[in-house]
Design a protein around this ligand. Structure first.
Ligand code: 4AD
Ligand code: MG
Length: 430
């Protein structure tokens, strides 16, 4: 009869005689038996292999393997209070499927080395936990927007114009024309609201970032939303609801993984709306009064200042009403034109900027003036200006870096661990 393999998690539920398969996470060779810790995507099981109980050749092959060889095992589960799960599998049949001799990850666990062998390090408990949480997050975001009646849209990734300024654009030779990899799908999402009202996109974005920081990648996943008829306050409310929803989902679905990463479940459960909101002016005041740090009005808050402001916080918060001159050309100015309806969502515990958003300039003349003032060549923005010419409406939107959000949720030092294959100034392999 064909053997029926079940997951390790199911094996613990079924008990009795089971067949499981997976990879060797730990191995201890004694003369009379081999102890294995076998893992799959659902759990880990301690296994005991005794030579007299299984095929001799298979036993010999197994004894030559290092960790990460793949095997199929059939055996009986036996209660054992010393095993972490309370059970051990006593092997009756064993088959080596994929050998692994001298698995390269042994002692050297330096960051650079682990990035060189990322394709193998992905199997570690840490990466496995992060990737499971990442998957929950991607599903949760879509679930949230479906529930809130947004439409998912797919903006172009090859674009004729910059959205977030020229300095971080990746140029692309495009059949004799200069084109760029998308920095943001925002402008295309703005197009979509005229047909669909509320939209979101979940796409890669590309930034030729030359700075080496714990929060910058050159390729990241960008969750962006755009909504007709919404102002800045409406938009901040949409975002706090989404972030809270995602945190509750992860707390519900990934308690084990959060434990591996050292993130307390209660931290995520506490992420409830409304989030605190402070103006840029108030942020400067707090920096000066509480932290004795004077920032001249009009200067953008740096990573350092965001860290200071957020280090003692437990819940993300918004800073809004930034100076117009430090925000992008599309931000709508407040009646006092020195400030604009733009906000950042700041991650707590020192994590800093998670999201930028705001109300968009919806009046054609103002947009034209802005583009000219910033010396942005108009020819590639005609389509964008058309949106202001034909049935323009007040609207607002946001962009949040999935990896920034994950870095905070998973309590990680570096953003590089939040994405399977991080791309940075010095890293584009494997
Ligand atoms: O603040 P940014 O540049 O804003 C925009 O792109 C807007 N067009 C978004 C919008 O309104 N639709 O980027 C938005 C977010 C940041 O807050 C950050 O979370 C993330 O994208 N981000 C990065 N994440 C990783 N690596 C980078 N180099 C990032 N640059 C931005
Ligand atoms: Mg920003």
């Amino acid at each position: 009869m064909e053997k029926e393999f079940i997951s390790i998690k199911k094996a613990f539920e079924k008990k009795g005689l089971v067949s499981v398969r997976g990879w060797i996470k730990r191995k201890r060779d004694l003369k009379e038996k081999i102890f294995l810790l076998l893992r799959d995507e659902t759990g880990e099981i301690q296994c005991i292999i005794e030579p007299e109980k299984i095929d001799k050749k298979e036993f010999e092959k197994l004894s030559k393997q290092s960790i990460e060889a793949s095997v199929e095992l059939t055996g009986k589960l036996k209660e054992d209070s010393r095993a972490p799960s309370g059970f051990e599998l006593m092997a009756e049949e064993l088959k080596l499927i994929g050998e692994s001799i001298n698995f390269p990850i042994q002692k050297d666990l330096s960051e650079e080395f682990l990035l060189d062998v990322r394709h193998l390090w992905m199997r570690s408990s840490k990466m496995q936990a992060i990737m499971k949480i990442r998957s929950t997050l991607m599903y949760a975001v879509r679930e949230f927007y479906k529930k809130e009646n947004y439409f998912e849209c797919s903006p172009a990734m090859i674009t004729p114009n910059a959205c977030e300024g020229g300095t971080t654009l990746f140029p692309l030779k495009y059949f004799g024309k200069e084109r760029y990899l998308s920095q943001s799908g925002q402008m295309y999402l703005e197009v979509m609201i005229f047909a669909l009202g509320k939209v979101f996109g979940l796409t890669p974005s590309f930034r030729a970032e030359k700075s080496k920081t714990a929060r910058h990648l050159t390729e990241y996943w960008h969750l962006e939303g755009e909504c007709a008829w919404m102002n800045m306050d409406d938009q901040m409310h949409e975002i706090e609801k989404m972030v809270s929803f995602v945190c509750q989902k992860i707390a519900e679905e990934n308690p084990e993984e959060l434990k591996v990463l050292g993130r307390d479940l209660a931290d995520l459960k506490a992420i409830r709306t409304p989030f605190a909101k402070m103006s840029y002016d108030e942020a400067l005041e707090i920096l000066e009064k509480k932290y004795k740090k004077k920032i001249p009005w009009g200067i953008d808050l740096s990573i350092k200042e965001e860290k200071i402001l957020s280090q003692d916080e437990k819940i993300p918060f918004f800073i809004y009403g930034y100076p117009t001159k430090i925000k992008a050309f599309y931000a709508k100015e407040m009646p006092d034109s020195k400030k604009c309806y733009s906000f950042d969502l700041i991650g707590p515990e020192g994590y800093g900027e998670l999201c930028t958003g705001g109300q968009r300039e919806d009046i054609n003349e103002n947009m034209l003036k802005k583009l000219k003032k910033e010396k942005i060549p108009l020819e590639n923005y005609q389509w964008y200006l058309d949106l202001r010419k034909y049935g323009s409406v007040p609207h607002s939107g946001f962009g949040i870096g999935i990896e920034r959000l994950l870095r905070w949720i998973c309590k990680l030092d570096s953003i590089k661990d939040t994405i399977p294959f991080p791309r940075t100034l010095n890293r584009s392999y494997p």
